[in-house]
Design a protein around this ligand. Structure first.
Ligand SMILES: [Zn+2]
Length: 95
């Protein structure tokens, strides 16, 4: 599962004096589909750092949820070759 984690303070000095800058849509590949999340970008009024909401279950800047990566590793450890891993993943993801 992935979950949007709203940013409430600047990651640098924990200032809560932040300003919303923009919103954008992030698509994340999860098991059984694609999750669409609206992420807000903020700017800190104190130190001008820009940052965004976080997404739980997804590495920063990554389009694939950790659960999908774990699944790929699980399948891989069962022994099929890479082609089989891709095939089984695409079946699970229904892409
Ligand atoms: Zn700041």
């Amino acid at each position: 599962m992935v979950k949007l984690v709203k940013a409430t303070s600047c990651p640098e000095y924990r200032s809560t004096d932040i300003r919303r800058r923009s919103e954008y849509v992030r698509k994340v590949k999860v098991l059984y589909g694609v999750e669409t999340l609206v992420v807000t970008q903020y700017c800190c009024r104190q130190c001008q750092t820009t940052f965004t909401d976080g997404i739980e279950g997804v590495k920063k800047g990554c389009k694939i949820a950790d659960e999908v990566k774990r699944k790929a590793i699980d399948i891989y450890l069962e022994g099929p070759d890479l082609e089989e891993v891709m095939k089984r993943l695409s079946e699970d993801l229904r892409v």
